[in-house]
Design a protein around this ligand. Structure first.
Ligand SMILES: Nc1ncnc2c1ncn2[C@@H]1O[C@H](COP(=O)(O)OP(=O)(O)O)[C@@H](O)[C@H]1O
Ligand SMILES: [Mg+2]
Length: 255
C-alpha cells in the first residue's frame, strides 16, 4: 500500500518539555488510522507539526511523497491534507449549510471572464450548493441544514465541522478528537460515517481519540498508540488489544 503520510523520527520540544519524542508511523492510501493515547501524550502536537502549524524540532514529514517540513499550513493543505481542531471552530451565527459554503482558498470564483463565459461553463456556485447538501446527506445531518450551528449539540457541531473539511475534497483528513464529549450513539454514528467516507471516496483518515475501548470497537484499520510523547506500539485493533505494552500502560493508570 502506498503511503500518503510518512512521519519519521518526529520530535517536538517546547522549551525543556519534549512533547513528541522521536515518533515514526505512516498512513496508507485509503486507510482509516486511529492515533490514540492519554491526554497530554503529544497527539495534537503531532497534528500541529504535520499540518504546518508548528515547526518540528527534529524529524521529517512526507505528505504524498513530498517533504513538507518547511511548508506553511496553506501549502500543506494544497498537497491535499485538511485537518480539524479539537475544539470545533464554526461560525455560530450561520446555519450548517452556510458553514459548508464558506469558500475554500482556491475557489475559481466569478470574474469578468467567467461571468462572460458562464453560458458555457457549469455554474460553480450551484454545484457547490449541491455538493454541500450531498455532504450533509453523507453525514446524515441534512435535516439540520438550516439550523444555526449555535443551536446544534456538540456532536452535531462536530459533524458540521467534518462536513466543512470534506468540502475541500481532501485526500488525507486529520481529525482531532471528533467524538470527545459526544454522546454514545452519535459518537458511533460519526465513526460509522468516517468508515463509509474512507470506503466510498478512497481517502485516508487519521483520527485522534483518547478512549482505547472506543477506538478498538469502531472500525479503524490500524491504531498508533502514543504514550508520553512516544509511539508505544502500532498494529491492527486485535494486535493492540493483545499487546503487553498497551495493557501495562493502560492498566497502569494512564487511561
Ligand atoms: N504550545 C505549547 N507550548 C507549550 N507546551 C505545549 C504546547 N502545546 C502542547 N504543550 C504540551 O505538550 C504536551 C502534549 O500536549 P498535546 O499534544 O496537546 O497532547 P494531547 O493532544 O495528546 O492531549 C503537554 O504536556 C502539553 O501541555
Ligand atoms: Mg489533544
Amino acid at each position: 500500500m502506498s503511503s500518503v503520510l510518512k512521519v519519521t523520527n518526529l520530535t517536538k520540544d517546547f522549551g525543556g518539555l519534549r512533547a513528541v519524542d522521536n515518533i515514526s508511523f505512516d498512513v496508507g492510501k485509503g486507510e482509516f488510522v486511529g492515533l490514540i493515547g492519554p491526554n497530554g501524550c503529544g497527539k495534537t502536537t503531532t497534528f500541529n507539526c504535520i499540518s504546518g502549524l508548528l515547526d518540528a524540532t527534529k524529524g521529517d514529514v512526507e505528505i504524498f511523497n513530498r517533504n513538507s517540513n518547511n511548508l506553511t499550513p496553506d501549502k500543506v493543505q494544497k498537497l491535499g491534507l485538511t485537518r480539524t481542531f479539537q475544539h470545533t471552530r464554526l461560525w455560530r451565527d450561520m446555519t450548517s449549510i452556510e458553514n459548508l459554503l464558506i469558500p475554500p482558498r482556491n475557489q475559481f470564483g466569478t470574474n469578468p471572464f467567467t461571468g462572460f463565459a458562464s453560458f458555457f461553463i457549469p455554474d460553480e456556485e450551484r454545484l457547490r450548493v449541491r455538493k454541500a447538501y450531498q455532504t450533509l446527506d453523507e453525514l446524515e445531518i441534512r435535516h439540520m441544514a438550516h439550523n444555526l450551528t449555535s443551536e446544534l449539540s456538540g456532536g452535531q457541531s462536530k459533524l458540521v465541522d467534518i462536513g466543512r473539511a470534506l468540502m475541500g475534497d481532501p485526500l488525507l483528513l486529520l481529525l482531532d478528537e471528533p467524538v470527545a464529549g459526544v454522546a454514545g450513539p452519535l459518537a458511533e454514528k460519526i465513526f460509522n460515517n468516517l468508515r463509509k467516507i474512507v470506503d466510498d471516496k478512497g481517502i485516508s483518515i487519521l483520527v485522534i481519540e483518547h478512549n482505547m475501548d472506543f477506538i478498538l470497537r469502531h472500525g479503524v484499520d490500524r491504531i498508533v498508540v502514543m504514550d508520553q510523547g512516544r509511539v508505544l506500539m502500532q498494529g491492527s485493533p486485535d494486535e493492540v488489544k493483545d499487546s503487553k505494552e498497551v495493557i501495562e500502560a493502560y492498566l497502569g493508570g494512564a487511561k
